[in-house]
Write a protein that binds this ligand. Structure first.
Ligand code: C2E
Ligand code: C2E
Ligand code: C2E
Length: 91
C-alpha cells in the first residue's frame, strides 16, 4: 500500500446523484447544487466536498455521519474510500 500523505477525499458522483429518488436524495441534491453554485463549478462529473459538509448533511438527515456515509455509498453517490473518513462526535 502506498504511504498516503492525505486522507481519502469525499467525492460525490454527480451523475449517479441525478438518478436518485428525490424523496430521499432531495436534501443532498439541493446541498450539492448550492456548493456548485458557490464555487461556480458546474462542469465536473464529480464534486469534492468538505468533511464539515458531511457533518452538516448528517444533521439535515438526522443520522450519524458514519450512518449517512454508508447510506451515500450504498446509493452509489459517495466513493467507498470515504468509509471511516468521518467520525461521529463523542456523545
Ligand atoms: P471561503 O470558504 O471563504 O473560501 C474562499 C476560497 O478559498 C474558495 O473560493 C476557494 O478558492 C478557496 N478554498 C477554501 N477552502 C478550500 C479547500 O478546502 N480546498 C480548495 N481547493 N480551495 C479552498 P470558491 O471555491 O469560489 O468558494 C467560494 C465560497 O463558497 C467559499 O468561501 C465558501 O463560503 C463556499 N464554498 C465553496 N465550496 C464549498 C464547500 O465545499 N463547502 C462549503 N461549506 N462551502 C463552500
Ligand atoms: P483528484 O483530486 O484525484 O481529482 C481527479 C479529477 O477529478 C480532477 O482532475 C477533476 O477532473 C475531478 N474532480 C475532483 N474533484 C472535483 C470537483 O470538486 N469539481 C470538479 N469539477 N471536478 C473534480 P483535475 O481537475 O485535472 O485535477 C487533477 C489533480 O490535481 C487532482 O486529483 C488533485 O490531485 C489536483 N487538484 C486539482 N485541483 C485541486 C485543488 O483545488 N486542490 C488540491 N489540493 N488539489 C487539486
Ligand atoms: P483540497 O483542496 O485538497 O483540500 C484538502 C484539505 O486542506 C481541506 O479538506 C482542508 O482541510 C484544507 N484546506 C485546503 N484549502 C483550504 C483553505 O483555503 N482554507 C482552509 N481552512 N482549509 C483548507 P476539506 O475541507 O475536507 O475539503 C476537501 C476537498 O473539498 C478539498 O480538497 C477541495 O477539493 C474541496 N473543497 C472544499 N472546500 C472548497 C472550496 O471552498 N472551494 C473549492 N473549489 N473546493 C473546495
Amino acid at each position: 500500500a502506498a504511504a498516503a500523505a492525505a486522507p481519502p477525499r469525499l467525492i460525490l458522483d454527480l451523475e449517479a446523484l441525478q438518478h436518485l429518488d428525490t424523496s430521499e436524495a432531495g436534501p443532498l441534491m439541493r446541498y450539492t447544487a448550492t456548493i456548485q453554485a458557490q464555487r461556480g463549478d458546474y462542469n465536473g462529473k464529480v464534486l469534492s466536498i468538505r468533511q464539515d459538509d458531511l457533518r452538516t448533511l448528517a444533521v439535515i438527515y438526522d443520522e450519524s455521519p458514519t450512518t449517512l456515509t454508508e447510506r451515500f455509498i450504498s446509493w452509489g453517490v459517495l466513493n467507498p474510500e470515504a468509509r471511516g473518513e468521518v467520525e461521529d462526535a463523542e456523545a
